[in-house]
Design a protein around this ligand. Structure first.
Ligand SMILES: Cc1cc2nc3c(=O)[nH]c(=O)nc-3n(C[C@H](O)[C@H](O)[C@H](O)COP(=O)(O)O)c2cc1C
Length: 139
């Protein structure tokens, strides 16, 4: 039987300061890249300029530990789950990060956030589809 795999995707609000943004993003992405490789966690991180959204997949234990670290990281706040669950195979071959600020992406994240508040699913599904496209994730 194949090893158990889970995924977790979320949105959050950046707490990074404008003045130190390039180096702060570089530090975050460099450390995450190394650790994700070590934990065999794959997926995609998007930074919109004001928010983050990320899709991660891996073994349950590794994903749980990483999730705890991410949820308590003070470089962002209001970490809110978009979707999570078990999967039978990986969608992503690797982990990618796109950190170029984008009004298009930020609007999609804001719409997903209000969707989550109102319990409607349209904005959440749209953002999940965007994550899938950015990460070259398989359906
Ligand atoms: C928006 C955001 C996304 C992050 N994504 C990852 C990630 O994919 N992988 C990772 O290892 N750390 C990620 N981190 C950093 C973790 O919160 C944490 O700092 C790191 O895993 C701790 O590494 P350590 O084992 O060296 O203490 C992220 C942090 C933020 C704010």
């Amino acid at each position: 039987m194949a090893d158990a795999l889970e995924f977790w995707s979320y949105v959050s609000t950046s707490q990074l300061l404008e003045e130190t943004l390039p180096s702060a993003l570089n530090d975050l992405v460099t450390a995450a890249q190394l650790k994700n490789e070590r934990l065999a966690v794959t997926g995609v991180l998007l930074f919109t300029g004001a928010h983050f959204t990320q899709y991660l997949e891996g073994a349950p234990k590794e994903l749980r530990e990483l999730r705890q670290a991410i949820e308590t990281d003070d470089r962002h706040r209001d970490v809110t789950t978009l979707s999570q669950g078990k999967i039978s195979g990986r969608s992503a071959k690797q982990w990618l990060a796109y950190v170029q600020p984008s009004v298009y992406l930020d609007t999609a994240v804001r719409q997903a956030m209000s969707s989550l508040k109102t319990g409607s699913s349209a904005g959440v599904h749209k953002l999940l589809a965007i994550l899938q496209e950015f990460g070259h994730l398989k359906n």
